[in-house]
Design a binder for this molecule. Structure first.
Ligand code: ZN
Ligand code: ZN
Length: 134
């Protein structure tokens, strides 16, 4: 029996995680909230069962970014680390870019595509969902 484990960390290295098994999904989110939370044009998430992810060094600080939504970040360097929301019970969404091997994750879909910035041009053929699935 093989079990995949991926690891990742924040910019300064204080917060580290291990994620066991394959993610349930990997998606680009173009919503304004994710843009602001990351100060980036869009955010790419890997969704895992919450019990498959362990913080292996410092635990990130958390805050409620909107009703029912908790985002975490490294208290030292500020790197966004995770998203959890009442709409996705039992899941934690990690940022694909904070994995040690982000190239090992394959995004499958764009969500909130209707909010995509007009100057973001992506050449993939992935499905584009105007708002959100799940
Ligand atoms: Zn950090
Ligand atoms: Zn979003």
């Amino acid at each position: 029996m093989t079990s995949v484990e991926r690891t990742g960390h924040c910019l300064c290295g204080a917060v580290r995680f291990a994620a066991r098994g394959e993610p349930k999904w990997v998606a680009h989110c173009h919503c304004e909230s994710c843009r602001r939370a990351t100060s980036a044009a869009f955010a790419t998430y890997a969704g895992y069962p919450a019990d498959a992810v362990t913080w292996t060094a410092a635990t990130p600080r958390s805050y409620a970014s909107s009703p029912g939504v908790t985002r975490t970040f490294c208290a030292n360097c500020g790197t966004p680390m995770s998203f959890t929301g009442e709409r996705w019970p039992g899941e934690i969404h990690l940022f694909a870019a904070s994995f040690d091997a982000p190239e090992s994750l394959s995004p499958q879909v764009h969500v909130h595509a209707e909010e995509q910035l007009p100057w973001v041009h992506l050449g993939d053929d992935l499905p584009r969902i105007a708002k959100n699935t799940a």
